[in-house]
Design a protein around this ligand. Structure first.
Ligand code: ADE
Length: 344
């Protein structure tokens, strides 16, 4: 094992990508980068990371920011509970931990939104603790390297890999070892075309030695996403449009969007939607757009009607705000809302 680790270390120092979060030991920056990278690839994550730590450079500034600002920095990444948890965790560190970022694998896990992977990443990258950081890439590398046939989503797999990696790390620098495993997964050991000929782990890799690259890792079948039907109205009066802020619950909580009615079938028409809203005013239909929006567990079939109220009398309903387009664009919006706005 020691020889493989030396080869891995040499390879990492020669071949790895130069990424800003690898040039710091600041747990705050490492934490922000890891949460962003759970949502997106490195290429897109870089700009989000630079913007986030540029605007909120330390845990105190994040704790003092308002939630809207944090959601705006997150806009486009999706899964907004991650951003809300960052904010919550920063406030927890400031209010309950005297502003000092927790420094051990166990303590880091107490922060909202931080699981085993993120805690392992921060503990090893920032503090050098010898704990594995097992993300999706490392699961694939580990399953192949050790020849593990358990389902990679299972607890049994997680426990086994965690223990094997922790034993291997005894001989390694924790930061370098975990970064190198992530790097192998991201750049060499790809899901369908692993480049075993250039892999630093090849000499001791069970999958390569036994030609099991295609069989490993083992994954259970994915469930089909649920179909949802969303009916939106963009009501314009002069330069103003109606927007609503979503409530506390659900993945899009506190984000803004046009008035929405969720239907249970694909066949709803505008009359039904207007009736549900109790809109009796004369309106002009300026257009409509159908958008399919894919989330991890849901396929949203959205339809948006672009309506115009000819009079200057704004319709008032609970929670409706009449705002100009620029004002709407400055609010935290989900991706589907952005797609709808483009067509107004
Ligand atoms: N993906 C997740 N964590 C990463 C890291 N530290 N470097 C590159 N890609 C990553």
């Amino acid at each position: 094992m020691q020889i493989v680790i030396q080869t891995l270390s040499r390879w990492y120092n020669l071949e790895s990508r130069d990424l800003p979060w690898r040039r710091t030991r600041d747990p705050y920056r490492i934490w922000i980068s890891e949460i962003i990278l759970q949502q997106t690839r490195v290429a897109q994550g870089l700009a989000y990371y630079e913007r986030f730590v540029g605007q909120l450079p330390d845990i105190q500034s994040l704790a003092l920011a308002n939630e809207g600002e944090v959601l705006k920095l997150w806009q486009g990444l999706g899964y907004y509970s991650r951003a809300r948890n960052l904010h919550k965790a920063a406030r927890m560190v400031m209010n309950e931990l005297g502003g000092v970022f927790p420094s051990t694998f166990q303590d880091i896990q107490q922060l909202p939104g931080v699981g085993l992977y993120t805690a392992g990443a921060i503990a090893s990258f920032a503090f050098g603790e010898k704990v594995p950081a097992i993300d999706g890439n490392v699961k694939r590398v580990g399953a192949r390297f050790f020849g593990l046939f358990e389902d990679i989503q299972s607890q049994a797999f997680q426990k086994k890999l965690f223990s094997l990696l922790q034993d291997a790390m005894v001989f390694a620098d924790a930061n370098e070892f975990n970064q190198a495993m992530i790097e192998v997964g991201a750049t060499v050991c790809s899901p369908t075309q692993p480049q075993c000929d250039i892999c630093p782990l090849a000499d001791a890799c069970v999958a390569r030695l036994q030609q099991l690259q295609k069989q490993l890792p083992v994954t259970r079948k994915k469930q089909k996403p649920l179909d949802k039907y969303f009916y939106y109205v963009d009501i314009r009066c002069g330069n103003h449009h109606v927007v609503v802020r979503r409530s506390d619950v659900g993945i899009w909580s506190h984000l803004h969007e046009f008035p929405l009615i969720e239907g249970d079938t694909p066949e709803w028409d505008l009359d039904v939607v207007l009736e549900r809203w109790g809109i009796v005013e004369k309106i002009i239909v300026e257009g409509e757009k159908t958008i399919k929006h894919q989330l991890t567990h849901q396929t949203i079939h959205a339809k948006c009607w672009y309506l115009c109220l000819p009079s200057d009398k704004f319709v008032k309903k609970d929670g409706w705000q009449w705002l100009e387009k620029d004002e709407i664009l400055s609010l935290p919006l989900h991706r589907l809302m952005e797609k709808m706005i483009r067509f107004t």
